[in-house]
Ligand binder design. Structure first.
Ligand SMILES: Cc1cc2nc3c(=O)[nH]c(=O)nc-3n(C[C@H](O)[C@H](O)[C@H](O)COP(=O)(O)OP(=O)(O)OC[C@H]3O[C@@H](n4cnc5c(N)ncnc54)[C@H](O)[C@@H]3O)c2cc1C
Length: 494
């Protein structure tokens, strides 16, 4: 039986473990942290449950983007909670507020009320997003097979198109452009680099439908872990892979916690590829040019998060996300020094709320050498200042929030780097660049024939993107024909 060692028990590593163990391989998933999940970990503070990198997902309804993948992974019966279809996302810019509704027609209709002169542009915008979503199953077509829509090249070519140019070509009113960009703290909007594919595929899935989970995102990774174990695989925590060993151009195993050696027929790096490159000192066949390319890739911004426990009954639950932006914020060039945009995300039980705002590594790098939990008073003061910036921005929309706060817990890119070893605490991993898709959109293959990559850094980030990429990585070992059949891809859009 082929033994596959997977480095990292985030969503990507666990999904690969699930697929490969289901297909008869002997799987060992090794996680550096004390719990599985990576960015999908939930944690408790004085009995209140918080999430790290899970707030909501899109496209879970039947026939939608994520449905077929989550059916395959056995995740559809978790306690999903649908957001308000008339307004799953609210965008607040200055003193004006705009609703995003589910369903492409309703989405266009709702925004056309505020922008009647842009009805046609909105229709074209929504139609493009819908088409990108419809082509999603093409990703899993065996090589050479032509898609139902007739053009399997469509999706790939969108990695080489600018999201910002598409927006400007389609929508002329600058305020509407800002509104349409206003829910996009779930990716780094950058007019110089963001590919249309990333913008369209992610936004489309949320227009289809939007969902929270009751009881924490950890349930997703716990379910996958349970299934891997039932399939005979191992998932180990407190197991940091400290090096990867190669012989004659093939990986032969990994060292765990500098001590134990685990043999492998193949290895999947499910962590940030920069971190993987640091483990390859014992792999002389790994080409220098590849290492240089990977270590030189740019990353998306990190996040500052304020997890807020609320006093009981003081803040009504809202079944939507609220994105608040300063009137003059440039959403396509996030500086990240001062909070100009904040996502307000509710928990289903109404006990807590998260505030998130982008934060760049450079801003917190001066504390990088200090130990987690003991970084000093100036770091504590800085986080307090950041919390204040967020509260100041959101209090116009939620004037009752300050009075409802029981306790605030904060995290920065330093926390993310500490817990998930992701390079510079990046929230969404490697930045894809439409000007150089061939170098920034990574293949699961590496120059070592039995070393593969997976996770958010390759193709598309987020729960949808990572789920898609897990299938692409496993197809390298099992063949896309086998997986496409198991996933029943041919019937996804029906
Ligand atoms: C603040 C924030 C909010 C987000 N909100 C959403 C959202 O609402 N919806 C959504 O769809 N997406 C969201 N995302 C994105 C989503 O969480 C990620 O895209 C996804 O979880 C990444 O999964 P991954 O498996 O690629 O990486 P990770 O979760 O980073 O997993 C990598 C794992 O590898 C482990 N590891 C690293 N090095 C080693 C080693 N040497 N040995 C052993 N283990 C190792 C790490 O500890 C980690 O567990 C959010 C992300 C952030 C940061």
């Amino acid at each position: 039986m082929k033994r596959v060692v997977i480095i990292g028990a985030g969503l990507g590593g666990l999904q690969c473990g699930y697929i490969l163990s289901k297909n008869g391989m002997q799987v060992v998933v090794l996680e550096h942290d004390r719990i599985v999940g990576g960015c999908l970990q939930s944690f408790r503070r004085a009995d209140t449950l918080f999430d790290t990198g899970f707030h909501y997902i899109g496209g879970l309804g039947e026939g939608q983007s994520l449905h077929g993948l989550f059916r395959y992974f056995g995740l559809l019966d978790l306690p999903w909670h649908k957001l308000d279809e008339d307004c799953f996302d609210e965008v607040v810019i200055g003193n004006r507020s705009f609703a995003f509704a589910n369903g492409h027609e309703r989405f266009v209709e709702t925004l056309s009320r505020a922008f009647p002169h842009e009805r046609e542009g909105l229709r074209r915008y929504a139609e493009m997003l819908r088409q990108v979503g419809e082509h999603l199953p093409d990703t899993f077509l065996p090589a050479g097979e032509v898609s139902r829509q007739g053009d399997s090249y469509f999706s790939e070519s969108l990695f080489a198109r600018s999201a910002y140019d598409f927006l400007c070509d389609t929508i002329h009113d600058p305020l509407l452009r800002k509104v349409l960009s206003g829910t996009s703290l779930k990716m780094e909007l950058d007019r110089e680099s963001l590919p249309l594919y990333v913008f369209a595929q992610i936004n489309n899935s949320y227009i289809q439908s939007a969902w929270r989970i009751e009881g924490g995102g950890q349930q997703i990774v716990d379910r996958l872990t349970e299934q891997i174990r039932l399939n005979g695989g191992e998932v180990r925590t407190n197991a940091t892979v400290t090096s990867v060993t190669e012989r004659d151009g093939r990986v032969i195993g990994v060292r765990v916690n500098k001590d134990e050696f685990i043999e492998a027929d193949c290895v999947i790096g499910a962590q940030h590829p920069y971190a993987l490159m640091q483990l390859l000192a014992d792999c002389p066949s790994m080409r220098k040019v590849y290492r240089r390319r990977i270590t030189g890739l740019q990353n998306s911004f990190g996040m500052f998060t304020a997890n807020i426990r609320l006093k009981h009954g003081m803040m009504p639950y809202e079944n939507r996300n609220i994105y608040v932006h300063k009137a003059d914020a440039d959403l396509w060039h996030v500086q990240g020094d001062e909070a100009e945009s904040v996502l307000i995300s509710y928990y289903c039980n109404g006990d807590a709320i998260d505030l998130l705002t982008p934060l760049r590594w450079e801003t917190v790098a001066r504390w990088a050498m200090t130990p987690q939990g003991r970084r000093g008073q100036d770091y504590v003061d800085y986080k307090q200042q950041k919390t204040e910036e967020c509260l100041h921005l959101v209090e116009q929309r939620l004037p009752q929030l300050r009075g409802a706060i029981d306790k605030v817990y904060t995290s920065t890119p330093l926390s993310y780097q500490h817990y998930t070893l992701c390079h510079h605490g990046t929230a969404f991993g490697v930045k894809k660049d439409y000007r150089s898709p061939l170098t920034t959109v990574l293949s699961p293959r590496t120059p070592l024939e039995n070393l593969y990559l997976t996770g958010q850094n390759l193709n598309l980030h987020g729960v949808l993107g990572v789920s898609m990429t897990s299938v692409l990585t496993c197809a390298e070992l099992l063949g896309m024909d086998t997986l496409a059949e198991q996933l029943d891809v041919k019937h996804w859009n029906k």
